[in-house]
Design a protein around this ligand. Structure first.
Ligand code: ADP
Ligand code: MG
Length: 237
């Protein structure tokens, strides 16, 4: 296997609700190679978002080791974790999460405001991201003036504007029509193939899973890797 960008071992996460504890992740292991394109599937409530949030450093595990891009996330907290996230991970969500009062360009620029860049450099990075997602002619539109597919492309541009190694997408096509969903999947596949971004996508969409080079299923707190069954040539990415 190639160098791993994600290495989880023995990861557990339990939530307590009304005095009862709910084991969401149960001593789970996962390895994803750098440059991989992996789909994470599983029933609603099975812990897919919880797992993605642990990998992206948005939440901490109760037990186990979460190593992403060479960093043990349990050792980082507060501002160090925020800085690691800003540099390493681009997040894409089902609901786009764009800021309504800002234009597409301004939304995409946001993550760069934390970086030590001049206005001119920021502009160059934003222009490049807009071009990558095919939104150059919509840069001055607000989210309400964009279609759902365009909003998600703007959100992807925002996720990649800092040039992160890893893209974490939580049901990115869940709110889109088939044609827009296909464009988003095509875009993620291109970012993976051409820019060598590692992509981990949570999805219910069998077409999304078909595009991924590996599919893992989360059920009852454990992962089942079906990539070997699905890919007899053994696409172990
Ligand atoms: P999925 O993304 O697969 O639908 P989630 O990771 O969102 O699942 O949630 C897994 C389970 O954990 C669900 O039963 C959910 O209700 C519960 N859960 C998620 N976040 C919290 C939280 N902050 N507090 C309590 N329970 C939570
Ligand atoms: Mg979820």
């Amino acid at each position: 296997m190639k160098e791993k960008i994600i290495a989880l071992s023995g990861v557990s996460k339990t939530y307590s609700r009304g005095g009862e504890s709910l084991v969401v992740l149960d001593r789970l292991d996962l390895e994803v190679a750098r440059g991989g394109f992996c789909a994470l599937m599983g029933p609603s409530g099975s812990g897919k978002s919880t797992l993605l949030n642990l990998i992206g450093g948005l939440d901490h595990a109760d037990a186990g080791r979460v190593e992403v891009a060479g960093t043990n996330l349990e050792e980082l907290g507060g501002s160090a974790l925020a800085a690691w996230r800003a540099e390493t991970v681009g997040f894409v969500f089902q609901g786009f999460n764009l800021i309504p009062v800002l234009t597409a360009r301004e939304n995409i620029e946001l993550p760069l405001l934390l970086a030590p860049l001049s206005r001119k450099e920021r502009r160059r990075h934003v222009d490049h991201a807009l071009e990558l997602v095919g939104l150059t002619d919509r840069a001055r539109h607000r989210p309400s003036q964009l279609s759902g597919g365009q909003e998600q492309r703007a959100a992807i541009a925002r996720a990649i504007v800092t040039d992160p190694k890893l893209i974490l997408a939580d049901e990115p096509t869940g709110d889109l029509d088939r044609e827009s969903a296909d464009q988003i999947l095509e875009l993620l596949a291109r970012l993976n193939a051409e820019l060598e971004k590692t992509v981990l996508i949570v999805t219910h969409d069998s077409l999304a899973a078909a595009r991924a080079r590996r599919v893992v299923h989360l059920d009852k707190g454990k992962l089942v890797d079906r990539s070997e069954a699905a890919l007899p040539q053994g696409g172990g990415n």
